[in-house]
Design a protein around this ligand. Structure first.
Ligand code: GLP
Length: 243
């Protein structure tokens, strides 16, 4: 694991942007694994800026998102399909048919999971963007999710629903389930960038980097991947190196 600690969240976004930009410049058909949540929004803004300045094109880029809530209509402002359009896809030259997000409204969710895993098998991710939950989840792989899991339906942890309640009117409105890439699906990416900011993530970051590889902290499995870059601000790195 390469650990990069920077001053603030703007610099976290910039470090991640420089890596992603170089991957797209080297390979205009790159496959990006994308994440939602507040953490990658700054990275997406930089990608949009660079498209507008004609430095980057996404015309032949493919994207695969990590996860989607179950039961939110694609027009729901908090569904991840809507999030991706709002924060990235609507502002760049990507072809929507090259963007993949699990369908959380599918009638047969098991079939949708199999279908999504097939999509991932057909598109090896060149660089996977990850945030991390305060409980150490990656994608929506909550603590105790098996490390060999593939795309599946997961019941969200109470902690996750509480953390994400800020985006909804009330905690009761936060979906109880999601479809998520599994941990082994995530680990198939050639390169992984995990971004985290704020003191709220400090414990998860400490366990992920310095703790044992343990199901209780799903992100700790990243210690076993050959090419992971962790980019954190000072606050998220606060508990590192304390023994
Ligand atoms: C969400 C997403 C994760 C994300 C995490 C952190 O629930 N499923 O992919 O990394 O929680 O979110 P945030 O960046 O808003 O802190």
């Amino acid at each position: 694991m390469q650990i990069i600690i920077v001053e603030n969240k703007e610099k976290v976004s910039l470090e991640a942007f420089n890596i992603v930009k170089n991957i797209i410049l080297k390979n205009n058909q790159a496959v990006l694994g994308l994440a939602t949540g507040s953490t990658p929004i700054g990275l997406y803004k930089l990608l949009i800026d660079s498209f507008k300045k004609e430095q980057l094109s996404f015309k032949d880029v493919t994207t695969c998102n990590l996860d989607e809530y179950v039961g939110l209509d694609r027009n729901h402002p908090q569904c991840y399909y809507h999030f991706m359009k709002e924060h990235l896809f609507d502002h760049i030259d990507i072809s929507l048919e090259n963007t993949f997000i699990p369908n959380g409204m599918a009638e047969d969710l098991e079939k949708e999971c199999k279908h999504y895993e097939d999509v991932l098998n057909q598109h090896q991710v060149d660089v996977q963007i990850l945030g991390v939950g305060s409980n150490g989840h990656i994608g929506f792989n909550e603590p105790m999710t098996p490390f060999d899991s593939i795309t599946h339906v997961i019941e969200l942890a109470q902690q996750t629903r509480e953390d994400n309640a800020r985006f909804f009117d009330a905690i009761e409105d936060v979906p109880t389930h999601a479809i998520t890439m599994g941990i082994s699906s995530i680990l198939r990416a050639k390169k992984i960038i995990l971004m985290a900011t704020s003191e709220y993530k400090a414990q998860a970051i400490q366990q992920m980097i310095e703790g044992p590889v343990d199901l209780k902290c799903p992100a700790s499995i990243l210690q076993t991947h050959p090419d992971v870059v962790v980019i954190v601000d000072k606050d998220a790195a606060r508990m590192l190196g304390n023994g």
